[in-house]
Design a protein around this ligand. Sequence first.
Ligand SMILES: [Zn+2]
Length: 360
Amino acid sequence: MLIWWTADPTLVWFSISSSPNTQATGALLNITQIPFLVTVDTEADDAWRHPDRIRLDNLTVLPKFQALCSAYGVVPTYLLTYECCSASAGVTYIDACMKAGACEIGHHLHVWTTPPFEQPGNGGIDRAWLHAFQFELPNSLFQDKAETLKEAIKSTFGCQPRSHRAGRWGVDQRTISWLVQNEFLVDSSVVPGISWKRQTGSASSGPEYLLASSGPHRWCSADNQECLVEIPASALPLRPLCHLALRRLARQSAWLERLHKRLARPRMLRPDPSRDVRELEEMMITLVQRGLPVQLMLHSSELLSGTSPITRTEEQTTRIWKQLERVFSAAREMGLLPMGLSDAASWYDKQNLQAYSPVR
Ligand SMILES: [Zn+2]
């Protein structure tokens, strides 16, 4: 048995595994309570390579995913795009589990699949804004699309969504103000330490969160009247010192940004068949040591073979499912508190969080 004293004296990690294949299972004793969140961007098949078509085969595996979550007491938050609000394959099931309190439903805005459409394409696509970031839209169009999705969720599920993630992580101050006005409690679009500048939307480059805080914080509306809670995605640099040294410099030139990406870019807590699951488990331990929430993020399309770039084969998909089970098991053994995004926001809202805007 390995006893590992952490920097925080309230935390002691007992590794209780005896098999080399289960090294990272264990139990945290006398734990400071830490939320465990599983957030699922629930959207069309392979929205990366095929944003111009909508197929929803991946929703057929949601019952299997929910069963796995429920077996471990995990309460996933399904952040739904517009096209998923009317898909019979997944909606009936999600509706039932939400009513049972086993999951939460949130708002995930893909502006190119959400009406009104400026340039309608085949099958529910706005060709004028294909793969655009929501911050690129004119004010009225952004509000109309955000409102359409909110109302679609309300009419389908009979509930007001309280949680939001921007499509392609493209959150901005305008989105936060809209969310606050519409009684959302939480956003989870910030990925601390990561820059998406090399990715393009309609015409702009992507958001940049190199200097964003990793901890939950308040993010207030533009008039500073009211705030919601920002719970950033879980991301940690594999080489923290290198990351600290390079993150400011990375904003200044393309080659420094490439250097940062290569040497020190944080990695998200996401299942990925190319990663060793022990890396995910070690990330969870580090997050707990730092008192940060543990948020596993995935796309619904990563749960089915052939519907995402990282699950092209059955073997890759099997690895994803095995990783999910290992992460859920580790979370249970660590004594983390499974909850949906809005419950986590209410939990953090009682604490003395700082107000802070990671982007304008
Ligand atoms: Zn998405």
